[in-house]
Design a protein around this ligand. Sequence first.
Ligand code: ZN
Length: 545
Amino acid sequence: MKIDKLTVRQFKTFLKDRWKIIAGAAVVLILLGLSVIGFMGLESFYRKMQLAQLPVMFLIYIVAAVISAYIYVSIMMGRFGAMDYKKVQGSKVNVKFADVLGIDEVKEEALEIVALLKDHAALKKVGGKIIKGLLMIGPPGCGKTYLAKAIATEAGLPFFSLSGSEFTEIFVGVGAARVRKLFEQARRAAYAHGGAIVFIDELDAIGRGRQFSFLGGQETNSTLNQLLVAMDGLQNEQENVVVICATNSPEETLDPAILRPGRLDRKIYIERPTLKGREDIFKFYLGKVQYDPTIDIGRLARKAVFKTPAEIENIVKEASLICIRDKRDVITYKDTSEAMDRVDLGIKHRKHMTPEERRLVAYHEAGHLITLYLQHPTDDVFKASIISRRGALGVVHHQPREELFTESKEKLLADVKVSMSGYMAEKVKFNMTSSGVASDFHHAMQVAHFMVWRLGMGEKHLGDFTTIPESQLSDQIKLDLNNETERILKTCAAEVEELLTKEIALLDRFAKELLEREELEYDEIDAIFKEFNKSKFSGPSNPAA
Ligand code: ZN
């Protein structure tokens, strides 16, 4: 049988790893042998005496061992220098590229790295540059860990993973010792398996710009220094060790030293999934459970704008919990919608309201709903509810139809109008208003202030006035800007008043439906508007449509 080089290497590593155990076992065996020989030579009375003492001695030894172990562990805080990173064989991590969802664009880059890892030898021959470090940057929950695991699986290499926060300890030097140990092990694994991947999550916990203060930060500094030294050490090594780091915070917050050539010189930017990506993710997770085939996954994906894959997984999990609680087998659209509210707004919390209060809240929410549906250029109403959650008495759930990266004046004005419309509905219907409008006003004012002070959307002045310290602005400019802010609020309020007065039948109808059903879903809302022959953009501000 031909023994290949790797098998010999693996055997060598095996012996190297365990020589202490083997030597220890030999010593114990020799001592036991000597003891037996001596024992046989004793007279029978002494032999019995020895045997009689044996259990007591044994107990004493055990108690002593336990006590010293306890003292040792408590002194060392149980974790002193201990390595609890998870080393896994690449084939055992077993995350396929197909399982990495919603980030198709970055998969290609990752595959390129896999190819380079596999083709390490060929690359060296042609004198190509070897990738030593890869940095993944993106918001949490977008599958960075998954991607790193997929790279390890695909390349079939051992995978060492540790989180940055595990390096930061109270004791100076522990973090650095861990880094040293981690890289030492990775190198040995690479020697035995032809390569290894070290994955450090939450790099920002150690890779933040090094600070020099007396109050702390020394520990992170020494850990980071050690990491840099270890990564530079890989440059001259024959072993194929690749370091993959992940961070949630922007790269500017990282120590520039870590991004220098030869360290983490490859970067992969991971974004939140797009509409198409979210659809795929919903399909994937719903595919694992029983769900109603009439669920409009496209709409779910639109509703879940800005959600990460982890959040979507969470929504599907919540939905199946709701389904189980109601003793049904099949997840419906209502379950997913309820699950999304739970994730976003917390669990329903029925407050005891008087009938008058409920009526007021119903009209308030109906006002938001109508204004949003008829006048908002970019947002869709997904749901309206008068069940209180997290302190709010009711809610109209809306989302932009797709991610927007800039906002138009029209959109911002519509935001102000929608915020003012709860107040206006109360005023139009009851000719009185309540304290329920405070957070709406807060939001409306914020938007209007932002438009005038920062975006030049007022009439008289142009520029971002927040760049200048307020003490340096003339009183006249401040007065003008504040007047314009107020004018926006008043104009919007007047337009909403006109709209709701005109649509009072619609307002009554929605309030009635909310009082009866407590929650209205998109379909139900849409059906009522159709009944009234209303579609989007037919409000007073767009008479032509
Ligand atoms: Zn409101």
